[in-house]
Design a protein around this ligand. Structure first.
Ligand code: EPZ
Length: 431
């Protein structure tokens, strides 16, 4: 087993390059199922969630070619198999996009219920509501989602009002509607940058999608999509994570290859805490020298403060002066990391969706567990700012979504390394 070992206390200096967006990549790659011909996808992050989704497409018979470190070519013209392997699908949330994509292309899908981070209940009722509004019959049984179009091979356009703003349901319905007959309208749609990115990808291959980025998206079905080239947007959350790391550890860092507009809400909170932030065209310069002030943060769908930055901002607030209040507005259970922070000396009380963080003078290094992807990133941030040594296990969660995070932080001057620990040691700790 491998762990991250961090000797805290180094401030961060230099430049960090942000990779392509995970939550765009894991939707755009399955969207290649809709395309007749080869899709060249650029700025693909090298993370394990992407490896998994590419592996699923290979299992289905897609021709996947790795062109270079950040570019893949996916050709789904000759898909042989439409059954998605359980062992792969259960490891990743984004496997649910295969339902929309397969249903759109073949009128039939059989996909295991998805996995992903444990953030409380993660129902898919809104995805199903969308497929049903397009004429599909959908059933969930024996751990599988069965969806099919009873009358023939194609879905027909539908009208769907999402009862809850859902990123996954919005993208899945967009996928299903792209090759449907007629127009589909999604109301109360999510507006995250990766939704716009998926729409741009599909449109660049010949789809007709309007309104992505607003709460009403109209998709007029087209007969076919043709191959082409597309470059994925930079990862808003990876960028935010490095911004939070600079705020917590101090220093001066240029965060490059970002879309500053996507980071507005994160920037606003860091400025409120006393961090200097300077926006450039495709970069953000951060400088933190003095003490941090308290802030309140409420997570919301975009353009609100992203839930996927909530644990990382909590890590920063652990050593801010005063008491901050965090309110989680998206997930039922996203404070599972708090016990780990307490092991490092943080003062945090949680009551339902609210966490009260009372800033302490400093955190102290400790062995901690990364219980999910963003919680793991938050452990790293806490470890960078803490006095002493922090040892993080469960790092496979972190590697699902952060490309070469150890190398990127070490380049900024952090004392962080990957260490191998014998499995017996792991057993002893778990027991
Ligand atoms: C996506 O998850 C992201 N995952 C999550 O990022 C992110 O936290 C989330 O959007 C919110 O921004 C991917 O893109 C792969 P939702 P998703 O559907 O699509 C409820 C990360 O760290 N809901 O927007 O699964 C749901 O329970 C991950 O990168 C229903 O009730 O999230 C939640 O409370 C973690 N019924 C809320 O909606 C449904 O059918 C938002 O969920 C669907 C969702």
């Amino acid at each position: 087993m491998t762990k991250y070992l961090i000797h805290g206390g180094n401030s961060l200096h230099g430049t960090v390059q942000i990779s392509g967006a995970k939550n765009a990549a894991v939707a755009i790659i399955p969207a290649a199922l809709l395309v007749d011909g080869a899709c060249r996808i650029e700025n693909v992050p090298q993370i394990s969630d992407v490896t998994l989704i590419l592996q699923i497409l290979r299992e289905l018979g897609a021709d996947v070619r790795v062109i270079n470190r950040t570019t893949v070519e996916v050709d789904c013209s000759h898909i042989r198999n439409r059954q998605v392997p359980y062992e792969l699908a259960r490891k990743i949330r984004a496997s649910y996009y295969l339902v929309g994509a397969l249903l759109s292309r073949f009128g039939w899908a059989e996909v295991p219920l998805p996995g992903g981070c444990d953030l409380g209940g993660r129902p898919v009722d809104q995805h199903i509501k969308g497929f049903v509004s397009m004429g599909a019959e959908v059933e969930v049984r024996n751990g599988l989602i069965y969806a099919r179009v009873p009358s023939g091979a194609r879905l027909s356009g539908g009208q769907v009002y999402l009862d809850i703003v859902s990123v996954g349901a919005t993208m899945n319905i967009m996928l299903a509607a792209t090759l449907a007959e007629g127009q589909t309208v999604i109301e109360n749609a999510a507006k995250e940058p990766h939704i716009v990115d998926l729409a741009n990808f599909l449109n660049s291959m010949g789809a007709d999608i309007r309104g992505a980025g607003t709460d009403v998206i109209k998709i007029r079905g087209v007969g076919r999509l043709k191959g082409g080239s597309y470059s994925i947007i930079p990862d808003q959350i990876e960028a935010g994570t490095y911004m939070a790391a600079v705020a917590a550890a101090g220093g001066e860092v240029l965060v490059k290859n970002v879309i500053p507009k996507h980071l507005d809400c994160i920037t606003a909170k860091l400025v409120e805490m006393g961090v200097d932030v300077e926006e450039r065209d495709d970069a953000i310069l951060l400088r933190r020298t003095g003490a941090l002030g308290r802030v309140n943060v409420k997570t919301m769908p975009y353009p609100g403060f992203p839930t996927d930055m909530q644990p990382q901002i909590a890590a920063v607030l652990c050593t801010a002066q005063g008491t901050s209040v965090l309110t989680e507005g998206v997930w039922d259970n996203r404070y599972r990391y708090v016990d780990e922070f307490r092991r490092m000396g943080a003062h945090i009380q949680v009551d339902g969706k609210v966490a009260v963080v009372e800033g302490v003078d400093h955190l102290t290094g400790a062995p901690v567990h990364a219980c999910d992807l963003r919680a793991g990133a938050a452990m790293i941030i806490a470890g960078l700012a803490a006095q002493g040594v922090t040892e993080i296990d469960g790092i496979y969660h972190i590697e699902r979504g952060y490309e070469t995070i150890v190398e990127k932080l070490a380049d900024l001057g952090a004392d962080i390394q990957v260490v191998s620990v014998p499995d017996e040691d792991n057993q002893a700790q778990v027991g």
